[in-house]
Design a protein around this ligand. Structure first.
Ligand SMILES: [Zn+2]
Ligand SMILES: [Zn+2]
Ligand SMILES: [Zn+2]
Length: 255
């Protein structure tokens, strides 16, 4: 299995439009973060987690032929705004894209993209097979996932686990039940927004604490990062062994 970070930024992306801070003006490419998304490759499966406003650019950057499926974590715009752009896949391959949506996010996505669900006279509407997830394990291609329910302030967001790998973004708290589901994983991607606390996202300190004290996987990458994290190079210096900040374009072969 191989993971590639297509985006590691928070909802604004980094640089933030019109910001002149040292992160947003940094020459280090690791300080340029598209909205968070991951490519997971397993055997012949190419699975995308989340489909934000940078989706088109992300798909072009990896020369994606056709995704086996797209899995959504929750209905916030920075995770779904690119759904309109599946049309490229439809036009070239003349078939629908498989999209997996947690039940709690369905309403937001139906409201945002009613024409995906009910195209009416819109002949060139995005074409998708929508799979509504209710909490059970599900399979994309030949890869089976377990949903990891988490809270994003008061709203639900789901992470996903497959094999010894788990991906969690936009969480601000994780229940004991979900912690139990994470026991024994070797690789974890977890959100860490910035240095200071935030109501809807783990701060850097909270994320580190959760990893070291509670989850204890072998290797961890933080994602969904804001410019308030500071420079990638500076923030990385203080991370405990086994924990790194992810950056756009990072690919890792998982054993
Ligand atoms: Zn987000
Ligand atoms: Zn900035
Ligand atoms: Zn969110």
């Amino acid at each position: 299995m191989k993971i590639s970070f297509l985006g590691t930024g928070t909802s604004t992306g980094v640089p933030v439009i019109s910001c002149t801070c040292e992160v947003c003006t940094s020459a280090d490419p690791r300080d340029q973060r598209l909205r968070s998304s991951l490519l997971l490759e397993n055997a012949d499966d190419k699975i995308i987690i989340d489909c934000g406003p940078d989706f088109r650019q992300q798909m072009i950057s990896i020369n994606m032929d056709f995704p086996t499926g797209i899995i959504i974590t929750h209905g916030h715009r920075d995770h779904i705004a690119g759904l309109d752009d599946i049309r490229g896949f439809n036009f070239i391959h003349r078939k629908p894209v498989e999209i997996f949506i947690p039940q709690h996010s369905l309403h937001a996505i139906q409201t945002e993209f009613p024409y995906i669900f009910n195209p009416g006279n819109y002949k060139r509407a995005p074409s998708a097979n929508i799979h509504t997830l209710k909490g059970e394990n599900f399979t994309v291609g030949s890869t089976t996932f377990t949903p990891l329910p988490c809270l994003h302030n008061l709203e639900e967001v789901w992470g996903y686990k497959t094999g010894n790998f788990a991906y969690i973004t936009d969480a601000s708290s994780i229940s004991e039940e979900t912690i139990d589901l994470l026991s024994g994983i070797d690789y974890l991607v977890l959100n860490a927004l910035r240095i200071k606390p935030h109501p809807s996202h783990f701060s850097l300190e909270q994320a580190i604490d959760l990893v070291l004290r509670v989850i204890k996987p072998g290797k961890v990458w933080f994602t969904h990062i804001s410019h308030f994290m500071g420079l990638h190079a500076d923030a990385s210096e203080f991370l405990p062994e086994g924990i790194s900040l992810a950056y756009d374009g990072l690919s890792v072969e998982l054993s």
